[in-house]
Design a protein around this ligand. Sequence first.
Ligand SMILES: Nc1ncnc2c1ncn2[C@@H]1O[C@H](COP(=O)(O)OP(=O)(O)OP(=O)(O)O)[C@@H](O)[C@H]1O
Ligand SMILES: [Mg+2]
Length: 483
Amino acid sequence: MDHKILIVDDDPQQRRYLSAILSSLGYGVATASGGIAAVERLGAARQHGISLALLDLHMPDLDGIKVLEQVRAGGASLPVLVLTSDGSIARAVDAMRAGASDFIVKPVAPERLDVSIRNALAISSLSREVQRLSRQADNRLSFDDLISVSPAIRSAIALARRVARSDIPVLIEGESGTGKEVFARAIHGTSERAGAAFVAVNCGALPVALVESILFGHEKGAFTGAIERHRGKFQEASGGTLFLDEIGELPLEAQVKLLRAIQTGEVDPVGGSGPVKVDIRLISATNRDLQAMIAEGRFREDLYYRIGVFPLALPPLRERREDLPGLARMFLARSTAAEGMAIDNFSTAAMEAISRGSWPGNVRQLQSTIQRAVILADGPVIRPQDLNGIETAGNAPGALLCAAPGRAGVPAVRAPENSGENADPFLTGDGHIRRLLDIETEAISRALTLYRGRMAETARRLGIGRSTLYRKIDDLQLDRHGG
Ligand SMILES: Nc1ncnc2c1ncn2[C@@H]1O[C@H](COP(=O)(O)OP(=O)(O)OP(=O)(O)O)[C@@H](O)[C@H]1O
Ligand SMILES: [Mg+2]
Protein backbone atom coordinates (compact mmCIF):
# COMPACT_ATOMS: atom_id res chain seq x y z
CA MET A 1 0.00 0.00 0.00
CA ASP A 2 2.99 2.24 0.26
CA HIS A 3 4.32 1.90 -3.27
CA LYS A 4 5.04 5.14 -5.04
CA ILE A 5 4.35 5.31 -8.77
CA LEU A 6 5.87 7.80 -11.18
CA ILE A 7 3.53 9.10 -13.90
CA VAL A 8 5.38 10.28 -16.98
CA ASP A 9 3.18 12.19 -19.40
CA ASP A 10 3.46 15.56 -21.12
CA ASP A 11 -0.33 16.06 -20.95
CA PRO A 12 -1.33 17.66 -17.61
CA GLN A 13 -4.90 16.44 -17.87
CA GLN A 14 -3.76 12.87 -18.36
CA ARG A 15 -1.39 13.23 -15.39
CA ARG A 16 -4.25 14.40 -13.20
CA TYR A 17 -6.52 11.61 -14.36
CA LEU A 18 -3.88 8.94 -13.70
CA SER A 19 -2.97 10.52 -10.33
CA ALA A 20 -6.58 10.32 -9.23
CA ILE A 21 -6.87 6.65 -10.20
CA LEU A 22 -3.60 5.73 -8.52
CA SER A 23 -4.46 7.58 -5.31
CA SER A 24 -7.83 5.90 -5.17
CA LEU A 25 -6.03 2.56 -5.54
CA GLY A 26 -3.93 3.54 -2.53
CA TYR A 27 -0.62 4.26 -4.25
CA GLY A 28 1.64 7.22 -3.65
CA VAL A 29 2.11 9.36 -6.76
CA ALA A 30 4.95 11.34 -8.29
CA THR A 31 4.84 12.98 -11.71
CA ALA A 32 7.24 13.95 -14.49
CA SER A 33 6.07 16.17 -17.32
CA GLY A 34 8.40 14.91 -20.00
CA GLY A 35 10.93 12.29 -21.09
CA ILE A 36 14.05 14.11 -19.95
CA ALA A 37 12.66 14.75 -16.48
CA ALA A 38 11.66 11.08 -16.32
CA VAL A 39 15.14 9.82 -17.17
CA GLU A 40 16.57 11.94 -14.37
CA ARG A 41 14.00 10.81 -11.88
CA LEU A 42 14.21 7.12 -12.79
CA GLY A 43 17.98 7.06 -12.88
CA ALA A 44 17.77 7.36 -9.12
CA ALA A 45 14.40 5.61 -8.65
CA ARG A 46 15.65 3.78 -5.57
CA GLN A 47 16.56 7.00 -3.81
CA HIS A 48 13.22 8.54 -4.70
CA GLY A 49 11.39 5.49 -3.41
CA ILE A 50 9.67 4.87 -6.74
CA SER A 51 8.58 1.28 -7.32
CA LEU A 52 6.98 1.51 -10.75
CA ALA A 53 6.58 3.96 -13.65
CA LEU A 54 3.67 4.65 -16.00
CA LEU A 55 5.23 5.93 -19.18
CA ASP A 56 3.52 7.71 -22.05
CA LEU A 57 5.06 6.81 -25.42
CA HIS A 58 4.42 10.07 -27.28
CA MET A 59 6.27 12.93 -25.68
CA PRO A 60 7.76 15.88 -27.55
CA ASP A 61 11.09 16.20 -25.74
CA LEU A 62 12.06 12.53 -25.55
CA ASP A 63 10.05 9.61 -26.84
CA GLY A 64 8.92 6.98 -24.30
CA ILE A 65 10.92 4.19 -25.91
CA LYS A 66 14.09 6.32 -25.74
CA VAL A 67 13.33 7.01 -22.07
CA LEU A 68 12.99 3.29 -21.44
CA GLU A 69 16.23 2.50 -23.27
CA GLN A 70 18.17 5.13 -21.35
CA VAL A 71 16.71 4.12 -18.01
CA ARG A 72 17.54 0.44 -18.60
CA ALA A 73 21.00 1.33 -19.86
CA GLY A 74 21.50 3.19 -16.59
CA GLY A 75 20.83 -0.05 -14.72
CA ALA A 76 17.40 0.75 -13.25
CA SER A 77 15.32 -2.40 -13.07
CA LEU A 78 11.98 -1.12 -11.81
CA PRO A 79 8.86 -2.23 -13.72
CA VAL A 80 7.61 0.21 -16.37
CA LEU A 81 4.09 0.13 -17.84
CA VAL A 82 3.82 1.84 -21.19
CA LEU A 83 0.72 3.84 -22.20
CA THR A 84 -0.14 4.88 -25.71
CA SER A 85 -3.09 6.12 -27.68
CA ASP A 86 -2.02 4.21 -30.75
CA GLY A 87 -2.46 0.51 -30.31
CA SER A 88 -0.11 -0.58 -33.03
CA ILE A 89 1.56 -3.93 -32.46
CA ALA A 90 4.88 -2.60 -33.72
CA ARG A 91 5.05 0.03 -30.98
CA ALA A 92 4.09 -2.54 -28.37
CA VAL A 93 6.83 -4.86 -29.54
CA ASP A 94 9.38 -2.02 -29.49
CA ALA A 95 8.35 -1.07 -25.98
CA MET A 96 8.54 -4.61 -24.66
CA ARG A 97 11.91 -5.06 -26.32
CA ALA A 98 13.16 -1.92 -24.62
CA GLY A 99 12.17 -3.44 -21.29
CA ALA A 100 8.54 -2.49 -20.61
CA SER A 101 6.61 -4.83 -18.31
CA ASP A 102 3.24 -4.26 -19.96
CA PHE A 103 1.52 -2.18 -22.59
CA ILE A 104 -1.79 -0.35 -22.06
CA VAL A 105 -3.84 1.42 -24.71
CA LYS A 106 -5.52 4.72 -23.73
CA PRO A 107 -8.10 5.52 -22.51
CA VAL A 108 -6.95 3.59 -19.47
CA ALA A 109 -9.60 1.77 -17.48
CA PRO A 110 -8.87 1.86 -13.72
CA GLU A 111 -9.45 -1.91 -13.38
CA ARG A 112 -7.03 -2.72 -16.19
CA LEU A 113 -4.42 -0.41 -14.66
CA ASP A 114 -4.92 -1.96 -11.23
CA VAL A 115 -4.32 -5.50 -12.51
CA SER A 116 -1.27 -4.52 -14.58
CA ILE A 117 0.30 -2.70 -11.65
CA ARG A 118 -0.29 -5.55 -9.22
CA ASN A 119 1.18 -8.07 -11.63
CA ALA A 120 4.20 -5.95 -12.44
CA LEU A 121 4.94 -5.29 -8.76
CA ALA A 122 4.53 -8.96 -7.84
CA ILE A 123 6.85 -10.11 -10.61
CA SER A 124 9.41 -7.48 -9.76
CA SER A 125 9.54 -8.45 -6.09
CA LEU A 126 9.83 -12.11 -7.01
CA SER A 127 12.66 -11.51 -9.43
CA ARG A 128 14.51 -9.43 -6.83
CA GLU A 129 14.10 -12.30 -4.41
CA VAL A 130 15.44 -14.82 -6.92
CA GLN A 131 18.46 -12.60 -7.55
CA ARG A 132 19.07 -12.20 -3.85
CA LEU A 133 18.90 -15.95 -3.23
CA SER A 134 21.28 -16.76 -6.04
CA ARG A 135 23.75 -14.14 -4.85
CA GLN A 136 23.52 -15.54 -1.33
CA ALA A 137 24.16 -19.06 -2.65
CA ASP A 138 27.21 -17.67 -4.47
CA ASN A 139 28.51 -15.89 -1.36
CA ARG A 140 28.01 -12.62 -3.20
CA LEU A 141 25.18 -11.10 -1.18
CA SER A 142 25.49 -7.33 -1.23
CA PHE A 143 24.17 -4.44 0.81
CA ASP A 144 21.86 -3.58 -2.09
CA ASP A 145 19.98 -6.78 -1.25
CA LEU A 146 19.06 -5.40 2.18
CA ILE A 147 16.13 -3.19 3.05
CA SER A 148 17.64 0.11 4.08
CA VAL A 149 15.19 2.96 4.39
CA SER A 150 15.93 4.28 7.86
CA PRO A 151 18.83 6.62 8.56
CA ALA A 152 19.95 4.24 11.34
CA ILE A 153 20.40 1.23 9.06
CA ARG A 154 21.85 3.38 6.30
CA SER A 155 24.60 4.64 8.51
CA ALA A 156 25.36 1.08 9.67
CA ILE A 157 25.58 0.04 6.01
CA ALA A 158 27.83 2.99 5.16
CA LEU A 159 30.25 1.92 7.91
CA ALA A 160 30.06 -1.72 6.90
CA ARG A 161 30.77 -0.91 3.25
CA ARG A 162 33.84 1.00 4.25
CA VAL A 163 35.24 -1.79 6.40
CA ALA A 164 34.31 -4.46 3.84
CA ARG A 165 37.14 -3.38 1.56
CA SER A 166 39.79 -4.21 4.15
CA ASP A 167 40.60 -7.41 6.01
CA ILE A 168 40.03 -5.86 9.44
CA PRO A 169 38.17 -8.08 11.93
CA VAL A 170 34.63 -6.82 12.48
CA LEU A 171 32.52 -7.32 15.60
CA ILE A 172 28.80 -7.01 14.88
CA GLU A 173 26.80 -6.19 17.98
CA GLY A 174 23.02 -6.20 18.11
CA GLU A 175 19.97 -7.68 19.74
CA SER A 176 18.75 -11.03 18.59
CA GLY A 177 17.26 -10.93 15.09
CA THR A 178 18.63 -7.53 14.07
CA GLY A 179 20.37 -8.87 10.97
CA LYS A 180 23.85 -9.71 12.25
CA GLU A 181 24.36 -12.69 9.99
CA VAL A 182 22.97 -11.02 6.91
CA PHE A 183 25.34 -8.09 7.52
CA ALA A 184 28.27 -10.48 7.88
CA ARG A 185 27.31 -12.07 4.54
CA ALA A 186 26.98 -8.70 2.86
CA ILE A 187 30.39 -7.59 4.17
CA HIS A 188 31.86 -10.79 2.72
CA GLY A 189 29.95 -10.35 -0.54
CA THR A 190 31.24 -6.78 -0.90
CA SER A 191 34.83 -7.63 -0.02
CA GLU A 192 37.59 -8.88 -2.27
CA ARG A 193 36.85 -12.32 -0.90
CA ALA A 194 33.37 -12.33 -2.45
CA GLY A 195 32.62 -15.66 -4.08
CA ALA A 196 35.11 -17.49 -1.84
CA ALA A 197 33.93 -19.49 1.18
CA PHE A 198 31.77 -17.93 3.88
CA VAL A 199 31.82 -20.29 6.85
CA ALA A 200 29.49 -19.61 9.78
CA VAL A 201 30.04 -21.17 13.19
CA ASN A 202 27.51 -20.83 15.97
CA CYS A 203 29.77 -20.71 19.03
CA GLY A 204 26.76 -21.15 21.30
CA ALA A 205 26.03 -24.57 19.81
CA LEU A 206 29.54 -26.05 19.99
CA PRO A 207 29.81 -28.98 22.42
CA VAL A 208 32.57 -28.01 24.85
CA ALA A 209 34.54 -31.21 24.26
CA LEU A 210 34.57 -30.69 20.51
CA VAL A 211 35.20 -26.95 20.22
CA GLU A 212 38.82 -27.40 19.30
CA SER A 213 38.34 -30.12 16.72
CA ILE A 214 35.41 -28.37 15.09
CA LEU A 215 37.30 -25.09 14.77
CA PHE A 216 40.81 -26.34 14.09
CA GLY A 217 40.23 -29.84 12.69
CA HIS A 218 41.51 -33.25 13.64
CA GLU A 219 43.31 -36.20 12.10
CA LYS A 220 41.65 -39.55 11.65
CA GLY A 221 41.90 -41.48 14.90
CA ALA A 222 42.95 -38.43 16.94
CA PHE A 223 40.35 -39.36 19.56
CA THR A 224 37.59 -41.91 19.99
CA GLY A 225 34.97 -41.16 17.37
CA ALA A 226 37.37 -39.38 15.01
CA ILE A 227 36.74 -41.86 12.24
CA GLU A 228 37.67 -39.44 9.49
CA ARG A 229 40.06 -36.59 9.06
CA HIS A 230 38.29 -33.24 9.48
CA ARG A 231 39.75 -29.95 8.26
CA GLY A 232 37.95 -27.72 10.75
CA LYS A 233 36.17 -24.42 10.20
CA PHE A 234 39.31 -22.29 9.99
CA GLN A 235 40.73 -24.31 7.13
CA GLU A 236 37.35 -24.53 5.40
CA ALA A 237 37.12 -20.75 5.50
CA SER A 238 40.68 -20.20 4.32
CA GLY A 239 40.70 -17.75 1.42
CA GLY A 240 37.31 -16.48 2.54
CA THR A 241 35.52 -15.31 5.68
CA LEU A 242 34.98 -17.05 9.01
CA PHE A 243 31.86 -15.86 10.82
CA LEU A 244 31.93 -16.59 14.54
CA ASP A 245 28.34 -16.11 15.62
CA GLU A 246 27.44 -15.71 19.31
CA ILE A 247 31.09 -15.41 20.20
CA GLY A 248 30.16 -14.47 23.76
CA GLU A 249 29.13 -18.09 24.33
CA LEU A 250 32.61 -19.49 23.67
CA PRO A 251 34.06 -21.24 26.77
CA LEU A 252 37.12 -19.51 28.25
CA GLU A 253 39.40 -22.38 27.40
CA ALA A 254 38.41 -22.19 23.75
CA GLN A 255 38.88 -18.42 23.81
CA VAL A 256 42.58 -18.91 24.54
CA LYS A 257 42.99 -21.21 21.56
CA LEU A 258 41.02 -18.93 19.31
CA LEU A 259 43.19 -16.00 20.30
CA ARG A 260 46.31 -17.98 19.48
CA ALA A 261 44.97 -18.95 16.05
CA ILE A 262 44.10 -15.35 15.24
CA GLN A 263 47.46 -14.07 16.42
CA THR A 264 49.54 -16.59 14.51
CA GLY A 265 47.33 -17.10 11.47
CA GLU A 266 47.83 -20.82 12.05
CA VAL A 267 45.77 -23.68 13.40
CA ASP A 268 46.94 -26.84 15.04
CA PRO A 269 44.62 -29.74 14.17
CA VAL A 270 44.04 -32.22 17.00
CA GLY A 271 46.35 -35.17 16.54
CA GLY A 272 47.99 -33.48 13.57
CA SER A 273 51.64 -33.17 12.78
CA GLY A 274 51.94 -29.44 13.25
CA PRO A 275 50.43 -26.06 12.55
CA VAL A 276 48.75 -25.24 9.25
CA LYS A 277 48.63 -21.71 7.78
CA VAL A 278 45.20 -20.23 7.19
CA ASP A 279 44.14 -17.02 5.46
CA ILE A 280 40.83 -15.83 6.88
CA ARG A 281 38.89 -12.65 7.34
CA LEU A 282 37.21 -12.78 10.73
CA ILE A 283 33.74 -11.44 11.45
CA SER A 284 32.24 -12.07 14.88
CA ALA A 285 28.78 -11.33 16.22
CA THR A 286 27.21 -11.14 19.63
CA ASN A 287 24.01 -10.07 21.32
CA ARG A 288 25.80 -9.97 24.68
CA ASP A 289 27.54 -7.08 26.33
CA LEU A 290 31.11 -8.31 25.97
CA GLN A 291 32.50 -5.43 28.06
CA ALA A 292 30.34 -6.52 30.97
CA MET A 293 31.44 -10.12 30.44
CA ILE A 294 35.07 -8.99 30.55
CA ALA A 295 34.39 -7.21 33.85
CA GLU A 296 32.91 -10.45 35.19
CA GLY A 297 35.89 -12.47 33.95
CA ARG A 298 33.83 -14.45 31.47
CA PHE A 299 35.36 -13.06 28.31
CA ARG A 300 39.05 -12.50 27.65
CA GLU A 301 39.98 -8.89 27.21
CA ASP A 302 42.91 -9.70 24.90
CA LEU A 303 40.58 -11.67 22.60
CA TYR A 304 38.09 -8.80 22.64
CA TYR A 305 40.74 -6.40 21.39
CA ARG A 306 41.63 -8.80 18.58
CA ILE A 307 38.12 -9.44 17.32
CA GLY A 308 36.62 -6.05 18.08
CA VAL A 309 38.97 -3.85 16.07
CA PHE A 310 35.95 -2.51 14.20
CA PRO A 311 32.73 -2.67 16.20
CA LEU A 312 29.52 -2.35 14.20
CA ALA A 313 26.29 -1.81 16.15
CA LEU A 314 23.00 -2.86 14.55
CA PRO A 315 20.02 -0.87 15.82
CA PRO A 316 16.90 -2.72 17.00
CA LEU A 317 13.91 -2.56 14.68
CA ARG A 318 11.91 -0.29 17.02
CA GLU A 319 14.54 2.39 16.42
CA ARG A 320 14.17 2.19 12.65
CA ARG A 321 10.49 1.87 11.94
CA GLU A 322 10.89 3.29 8.45
CA ASP A 323 12.28 -0.13 7.46
CA LEU A 324 9.13 -1.97 8.57
CA PRO A 325 6.99 -1.67 5.40
CA GLY A 326 9.85 -2.66 3.10
CA LEU A 327 10.87 -5.60 5.27
CA ALA A 328 7.26 -6.71 5.59
CA ARG A 329 6.79 -6.67 1.82
CA MET A 330 10.03 -8.53 1.26
CA PHE A 331 9.03 -11.29 3.70
CA LEU A 332 5.58 -11.42 2.12
CA ALA A 333 7.12 -11.99 -1.32
CA ARG A 334 9.47 -14.60 0.13
CA SER A 335 6.77 -16.50 2.03
CA THR A 336 4.18 -16.43 -0.74
CA ALA A 337 6.77 -17.76 -3.18
CA ALA A 338 7.75 -20.53 -0.75
CA GLU A 339 4.14 -21.47 0.00
CA GLY A 340 2.92 -20.98 -3.57
CA MET A 341 0.20 -18.62 -2.33
CA ALA A 342 -1.31 -15.71 -4.26
CA ILE A 343 -1.23 -13.01 -1.60
CA ASP A 344 -0.05 -9.72 -2.90
CA ASN A 345 -0.46 -7.13 -0.21
CA PHE A 346 -1.23 -6.02 3.32
CA SER A 347 -4.44 -4.22 4.16
CA THR A 348 -3.89 -0.67 5.35
CA ALA A 349 -4.88 -1.72 8.87
CA ALA A 350 -2.45 -4.64 8.80
CA MET A 351 0.39 -2.40 7.69
CA GLU A 352 -0.50 0.04 10.46
CA ALA A 353 -0.41 -2.74 13.02
CA ILE A 354 3.02 -3.78 11.74
CA SER A 355 4.26 -0.20 11.90
CA ARG A 356 3.08 0.18 15.49
CA GLY A 357 4.59 -3.08 16.75
CA SER A 358 7.44 -3.04 19.23
CA TRP A 359 9.15 -6.10 17.68
CA PRO A 360 11.34 -7.19 20.59
CA GLY A 361 12.54 -10.11 18.43
CA ASN A 362 13.41 -7.65 15.67
CA VAL A 363 13.60 -8.59 11.99
CA ARG A 364 13.51 -12.29 12.72
CA GLN A 365 10.23 -11.92 14.64
CA LEU A 366 8.73 -9.88 11.81
CA GLN A 367 9.76 -12.60 9.39
CA SER A 368 8.09 -15.38 11.36
CA THR A 369 4.94 -13.30 11.98
CA ILE A 370 4.55 -12.82 8.25
CA GLN A 371 5.31 -16.45 7.41
CA ARG A 372 2.50 -17.40 9.76
CA ALA A 373 0.15 -14.74 8.37
CA VAL A 374 0.62 -16.07 4.84
CA ILE A 375 -0.58 -19.46 5.99
CA LEU A 376 -3.48 -18.01 8.01
CA ALA A 377 -4.72 -15.57 5.37
CA ASP A 378 -7.66 -16.71 3.33
CA GLY A 379 -7.77 -13.96 0.73
CA PRO A 380 -5.40 -11.99 -1.50
CA VAL A 381 -4.58 -9.55 1.30
CA ILE A 382 -3.07 -9.97 4.79
CA ARG A 383 -5.46 -8.58 7.43
CA PRO A 384 -4.67 -7.55 11.01
CA GLN A 385 -6.26 -10.73 12.38
CA ASP A 386 -3.72 -12.80 10.42
CA LEU A 387 -0.87 -11.13 12.29
CA ASN A 388 -0.73 -12.97 15.58
CA GLY A 389 0.89 -11.59 18.65
CA ILE A 390 2.17 -8.18 17.61
CA GLU A 391 3.15 -6.33 20.74
CA THR A 392 2.85 -2.59 20.71
CA ALA A 393 4.91 -0.21 22.76
CA GLY A 394 2.79 2.11 24.84
CA ASN A 395 -0.49 3.65 23.68
CA ALA A 396 -1.34 3.20 20.05
CA PRO A 397 -0.65 6.36 18.02
CA GLY A 398 1.92 7.62 20.49
CA ALA A 399 3.95 4.49 19.94
CA LEU A 400 5.30 6.05 16.79
CA LEU A 401 6.43 9.14 18.56
CA CYS A 402 9.02 9.37 21.22
CA ALA A 403 8.77 11.62 24.19
CA ALA A 404 11.60 14.08 24.50
CA PRO A 405 12.02 16.55 27.31
CA GLY A 406 10.92 19.96 26.12
CA ARG A 407 12.10 23.36 27.20
CA ALA A 408 11.63 24.28 30.86
CA GLY A 409 10.77 20.69 31.71
CA VAL A 410 7.57 20.74 29.67
CA PRO A 411 7.36 17.38 27.97
CA ALA A 412 7.24 17.74 24.20
CA VAL A 413 6.28 15.01 21.84
CA ARG A 414 8.69 14.68 19.00
CA ALA A 415 8.30 12.74 15.80
CA PRO A 416 11.85 11.83 14.89
CA GLU A 417 11.22 11.50 11.15
CA ASN A 418 8.04 13.38 10.44
CA SER A 419 8.35 12.81 6.75
CA GLY A 420 8.19 9.04 6.52
CA GLU A 421 4.95 7.18 6.26
CA ASN A 422 4.63 6.88 10.00
CA ALA A 423 4.54 10.64 10.29
CA ASP A 424 1.83 12.20 12.42
CA PRO A 425 -0.28 14.14 9.91
CA PHE A 426 -0.94 16.86 12.45
CA LEU A 427 2.65 17.69 13.26
CA THR A 428 5.29 19.61 11.35
CA GLY A 429 8.78 18.22 10.87
CA ASP A 430 9.97 19.91 14.06
CA GLY A 431 7.17 18.53 16.19
CA HIS A 432 4.82 21.50 16.34
CA ILE A 433 1.16 21.44 15.44
CA ARG A 434 0.41 22.40 11.83
CA ARG A 435 -1.73 25.42 10.94
CA LEU A 436 -5.44 24.66 10.68
CA LEU A 437 -5.43 26.27 7.26
CA ASP A 438 -2.77 23.84 5.99
CA ILE A 439 -4.56 20.84 7.42
CA GLU A 440 -7.83 21.97 5.83
CA THR A 441 -6.15 22.60 2.48
CA GLU A 442 -4.61 19.17 2.51
CA ALA A 443 -7.83 17.44 3.55
CA ILE A 444 -9.83 19.07 0.78
CA SER A 445 -7.24 18.43 -1.86
CA ARG A 446 -6.93 14.78 -0.80
CA ALA A 447 -10.71 14.44 -0.97
CA LEU A 448 -10.84 15.97 -4.45
CA THR A 449 -8.23 13.52 -5.67
CA LEU A 450 -9.87 10.59 -3.94
CA TYR A 451 -13.29 11.30 -5.43
CA ARG A 452 -11.78 12.32 -8.74
CA GLY A 453 -13.09 15.85 -8.69
CA ARG A 454 -16.73 14.82 -8.18
CA MET A 455 -17.94 17.85 -6.25
CA ALA A 456 -21.15 16.44 -4.82
CA GLU A 457 -19.49 13.39 -3.37
CA THR A 458 -16.44 15.32 -2.15
CA ALA A 459 -18.67 17.78 -0.30
CA ARG A 460 -20.82 15.03 1.18
CA ARG A 461 -17.81 13.05 2.42
CA LEU A 462 -16.24 16.16 3.93
CA GLY A 463 -19.55 16.91 5.63
CA ILE A 464 -19.92 20.38 4.12
CA GLY A 465 -22.29 21.93 1.61
CA ARG A 466 -21.44 22.10 -2.07
CA SER A 467 -21.34 25.89 -2.14
CA THR A 468 -19.00 25.89 0.87
CA LEU A 469 -16.76 23.49 -1.01
CA TYR A 470 -16.67 25.78 -4.08
CA ARG A 471 -15.90 28.77 -1.88
CA LYS A 472 -13.10 26.97 -0.06
CA ILE A 473 -11.61 25.77 -3.35
CA ASP A 474 -11.49 29.39 -4.48
CA ASP A 475 -10.21 30.75 -1.17
CA LEU A 476 -7.52 28.14 -0.86
CA GLN A 477 -6.73 28.30 -4.58
CA LEU A 478 -7.07 24.56 -5.01
CA ASP A 479 -7.20 22.64 -8.23
CA ARG A 480 -10.70 21.23 -8.65
CA HIS A 481 -9.28 17.92 -9.77
CA GLY A 482 -7.11 17.61 -6.68
CA GLY A 483 -3.37 16.87 -6.70
N1 LIG B 1 17.98 -5.05 6.52
C1 LIG B 1 17.53 -6.26 6.13
N2 LIG B 1 17.05 -6.42 4.88
C2 LIG B 1 16.59 -7.61 4.50
N3 LIG B 1 16.55 -8.70 5.26
C3 LIG B 1 17.00 -8.61 6.51
C4 LIG B 1 17.52 -7.39 7.02
N4 LIG B 1 17.91 -7.59 8.28
C5 LIG B 1 17.63 -8.87 8.56
N5 LIG B 1 17.09 -9.51 7.51
C6 LIG B 1 16.61 -10.90 7.45
O1 LIG B 1 16.06 -11.17 8.73
C7 LIG B 1 16.37 -12.47 9.19
C8 LIG B 1 17.15 -12.39 10.48
O2 LIG B 1 18.42 -11.81 10.22
P1 LIG B 1 19.78 -12.47 10.77
O3 LIG B 1 19.70 -13.94 10.81
O4 LIG B 1 20.90 -11.86 10.01
O5 LIG B 1 19.71 -11.85 12.23
P2 LIG B 1 20.63 -12.18 13.49
O6 LIG B 1 20.89 -10.87 14.16
O7 LIG B 1 21.79 -13.00 13.09
O8 LIG B 1 19.59 -13.00 14.34
P3 LIG B 1 19.85 -13.99 15.61
O9 LIG B 1 20.30 -13.12 16.72
O10 LIG B 1 18.47 -14.56 15.83
O11 LIG B 1 20.85 -14.99 15.18
C9 LIG B 1 17.12 -13.11 8.04
O12 LIG B 1 16.21 -13.82 7.23
C10 LIG B 1 17.70 -11.94 7.29
O13 LIG B 1 17.89 -12.28 5.95
MG1 LIG C 1 22.29 -14.94 13.82
